[in-house]
Design a protein. Structure first.
Lengths: 175, 175
């Protein structure tokens, strides 16, 4: 476990001043370029939840798709995409949340979760937690049972866990 | 092989009048909800390319991520995301292409492909082929060797193959 954490840490690329000046962005594309690391990350989370009866993995557009799909396949679970407004073709429910400037909205299909299904939420990054908290609200609206939110990277100094009070947060790499 | 084609066909959901009136949208979310189908699709393409020395799988934001990542992992290849403008943090190259209204642009990291690397392009859907053709141009710009473009669904009546002349097009399900 330590091994995969250290290997991911060593592979993430720091990009200064993205998306704006003063921010040091954690670029995960070198991780995507390594099938060994992708398998290591998938196995790490799959091992932690394989006995928890996960019914579905919910991944947020679009980088949550990158890690959520292989985890769902490894757990023999459904994958459900949470998407930006107007992207999902069937009937949806949505949740609006605040950003630094303006608001954002996340949607899932209304039939994506059945009552009582056990759900893992997966994203690449936990920053301020707004997107993850909105996703958890969608799980609640459809009466799913939320097991945990899993992140490949957590920026601890942004206190995203405060936005996810009462929810199990499971991050691979924490800065 | 026929089996996975028929099972995917039977699982795709037709949503009328999306994204606008008169269009019958092929909704793949029920396919994502089936880990057996996701593994079947991944194995289908992995078997076709396992002896072709694939170095990397290039998937287009955001639905190309859903099928490209597990295929890359199955082929022990790198996954490279092609993204909308301003999303990738490091230095990029881009290609602009025309849509029905206005233009779109797709970008990849400038170090995403090394000269001569063997590339599979993967997306969920081949419609008019604009996005796929732009992605192929990016592979060409970085001097990658394009093996084929793989799609889970092809809308044959939109003649997307015309936009991909000289390129091998490999679709699982064709309407």
């Amino acid at each position: 476990m330590t091994d995969i954490i250290e290997r991911v840490k060593a592979t993430i690329r720091d990009v200064p001043d993205f998306p704006k000046e003063g921010i040091l962005f954690k670029d995960i594309t070198p991780v995507l370029a390594s099938p060994a690391l992708m398998k290591g990350i998938t196995n790490h989370f799959a091992n932690r939840y394989k006995d928890k009866g996960v019914d579905l993995v919910l991944g947020m557009e679009s980088r949550g798709f990158l890690f959520g799909v292989p985890l769902a396949m490894a757990l023999n679970a459904s994958f459900v995409p949470a998407r930006k407004p107007g992207k999902l073709p069937y009937h949806t429910i949505g949740y609006e949340y605040s950003l630094e400037y303006g608001t954002n909205r996340l949607e899932i299909h209304i039939d994506a979760i059945e009552q009582g299904q056990r759900v893992l939420v997966v994203d690449d990054l936990l920053a301020t937690g707004g997107t993850a908290a909105a996703t958890c609200k969608l799980v609640e609206q459809l009466h799913g049972e939320l097991l945990a939110c899993c992140f490949v990277v957590e920026l601890g100094f942004l206190s995203g866990r405060d936005a996810l009070k009462g929810i199990q947060v499971d991050s691979l790499v924490v800065y």
